[in-house]
Design a protein around this ligand. Structure first.
Ligand SMILES: C[S@@+](CC[C@H](N)C(=O)[O-])C[C@H]1O[C@@H](n2cnc3c(N)ncnc32)[C@H](O)[C@@H]1O
Length: 251
């Protein structure tokens, strides 16, 4: 089983994501971001799409786990032109201690920062991101929630011959800690359970924005995903039992 291939076929749209990130940044700042950092980058396929946007686009991807990084080197980095390849830097690094040059844009996607369960750790992460941004830089985080996520639940989605299952095993009403898993089934194959598992705290948008302000970000904005998968900036939340948003924070 190639679990990263199954993941990319169901969860990711790197080319669409980088176009959205650039568009959001341009809307906020009126200029084009060139240096990009992807925290919790896994196979860093998003970094590899970023450098395709033009000859002066650079990307760094940070992940703690060398397995997805090595997969990304074989599958995505090797598919780039030599010039593009030189502008991508996958790094085995903790996102809490990034080091390296400052970036125009930092993204943390697929809710990966929910791994930071303590307020002081998430605050430290946001402070570190702010310091690692160039003047006028932007941090983009995704977030999800809604009433459905306050109890165990599961859903499945078909992508051609692949069925993707997202299962929430638990939710603690006191700590907001929750356990999730991804399962896959290919047509004619058996269901493979717990291919990816996550032990997270479900942070609310209000908590995230308060912490961003405390970390010194000047402003934050919320972009709500509509039924077509497009993100629109909103001032008020939408009454939905399950939702996905992007939170953008301006340095
Ligand atoms: C949900 S996956 C997301 C992968 C990638 N963003 C994607 O969409 O394909 C979470 C990733 O975060 C990495 N990770 C967890 N804690 C980390 C940390 N403190 N610093 C860097 N990476 C971390 C894990 O190794 C894993 O690859």
């Amino acid at each position: 089983m190639d679990k990263y291939d199954l993941y990319s076929r169901s969860v990711q749209d790197p080319a669409g994501e980088v176009r959205d990130f650039r568009k959001f940044y341009r809307q906020l700042k009126g200029r084009t971001p060139k240096s990009f950092r992807e925290d919790f980058c896994g196979t860093f396929s998003v970094c590899c799409e970023w450098v395709k946007l033009g000859p002066d686009y650079t990307a760094r991807g940070l992940d703690l786990d060398k397995e997805p990084l090595n997969y990304g080197r074989k599958r995505y980095l090797s598919a780039l032109t030599p010039a593009q390849r030189r502008r991508v830097k996958p790094m085995l690094k903790n996102a809490l201690k990034p080091g390296g040059p400052a970036s125009d844009l930092i993204v943390a996607q697929n809710f990966s920062y929910f791994t930071f369960k303590k307020r002081k750790t998430l605050l430290a992460y946001f402070v570190s991101c702010r310091k690692s941004l160039r003047p006028g830089g932007v941090l983009i985080l995704d977030a999800f929630g809604g009433g459905d996520t306050l109890r165990p639940n599961s859903e499945s989605t078909r992508y051609g011959n692949l069925t993707f299952y997202w299962e929430q095993y638990s939710y603690d009403q006191i700590t907001h800690e929750a356990h999730f898993a991804i399962h896959f089934k290919t047509r004619g194959g058996r269901k493979i359970k717990n291919v990816f598992t996550y032990d997270w705290r479900l942070w609310t948008i209000a908590e995230i924005r308060d912490l961003l302000a405390e970390a010194g970000f000047r402003k934050s904005h919320v972009y709500w995903e509509d039924d077509d998968g497009k993100f629109k900036r909103v001032e008020k939340g939408v009454d939905e039992s399950a939702w996905v948003t992007m939170v953008l924070a301006e340095k």
